[in-house]
Design a protein around this ligand. Structure first.
Ligand code: PAF
Length: 282
């Protein structure tokens, strides 16, 4: 595995692979890698000849400076995991390398980016669009891989791809969970031992809500999930919305979408912000 820190070297390495006819897979990450990231890399490995993983804590997508400061940074351990996963290039640039000058681009992402995370974290999705579009321009991969834990982010990235006209397949990959159901997240390491014990309640209550939903309205289901989670020590639900899986718009009735609705949740467990989601089958 080659560790590359400059855009020039990255472009050169990818170019070399492309002249040999290689299909390129890109897995963008912010590091603090866990089994969820490894599952994206394994999928990319299977479907491409050359795999690039970027490790970059992107400042433009953080609307909260404390969150940016406390975001876990574990480069040495990340490189070991990337090497073991058979990655060809680990791209680990500095902030100056990616943003030699401020990125002032504003993406017209529309309604998919206005609800939920978009409403709670102003500017977050524009920052995601900035970094992912830059990575797409640099690598020009055939496919790029994203985890479904960040369900809304995938819809936003698809919109950015459409706006920019990239010819890149966006591959969404299922959520990886701990044995007790907690969705893997780089933020989980910040949970105290007591918080870690109750954190699986998020997935447990979401799973129970799938049965509950069969005999209840959307509104009742949202209330049940919110009330039950708020009863758990350390937990405070920021939002729970049940949305159309393509438009991300909240539904009022189960029949408001032809597709399987998805419940998207953000919960504070102490001061750790956790997100998760669940599919409702119709
Ligand atoms: O999901 C993430 O880790 C980040 O938002 C991404 C896609 C790597 C962009 O910084």
């Amino acid at each position: 595995m080659e560790i590359i820190r400059t855009v020039k070297e990255l472009k050169h390495a990818v170019e070399q692979a492309k002249v040999q006819g290689a299909k390129i897979g890109l897995v963008p990450t912010m590091g603090a890698l866990h089994a969820g990231h490894v599952s994206l890399i394994e999928r990319a490995r299977c479907e491409n000849d050359f795999v690039v993983v970027s490790v970059f804590v992107n400042p433009t997508q953080f609307n909260n400076p404390t969150d940016l400061k406390t975001y876990p940074r574990t480069e040495e351990a990340d490189c070991e995991k990337l090497e073991a996963a058979g990655v060809d290039v680990a791209f680990i640039p500095s902030v100056e390398e990616i943003y030699p000058e401020p990125d002032t681009r504003v993406f017209e992402l529309g309604p998919v980016a206005e609800v939920m995370e978009g409403a709670m974290r102003p500017g977050h999705f524009n920052g995601v669009a900035q970094i992912v579009s830059k990575l797409f321009e640099m690598v020009q991969p055939d496919r790029a891989y994203f985890g479904e834990k960040d369900f809304q982010q995938i819809a936003v990235i698809r919109k950015m791809v459409e706006l920019c006209g990239f010819n890149i397949e966006i591959v969404d990959c299922p959520i990886k969970r701990e044995d007790d159901g907690l969705a893997l997240s780089s933020r989980n390491v910040r949970l105290t031992a007591e918080q870690r014990k109750v954190a699986p309640m998020i997935h447990k209550i979401l799973t129970e809500s799938v049965n509950f939903a069969k005999n209840h309205t959307v509104e009742e289901t949202i209330k049940m999930v919110t009330d039950e989670l708020n009863k758990v020590e350390f937990m405070e639900v920021e939002y729970y919305q049940i949305v159309d899986p393509l438009t991300m718009q909240p539904i009022a009735k189960w029949d408001d979408t032809k597709l399987n609705p998805v419940g998207c949740i953000t919960v504070y467990c102490g001061d750790v912000r956790l997100i998760d989601n669940i599919k409702y089958t119709k």
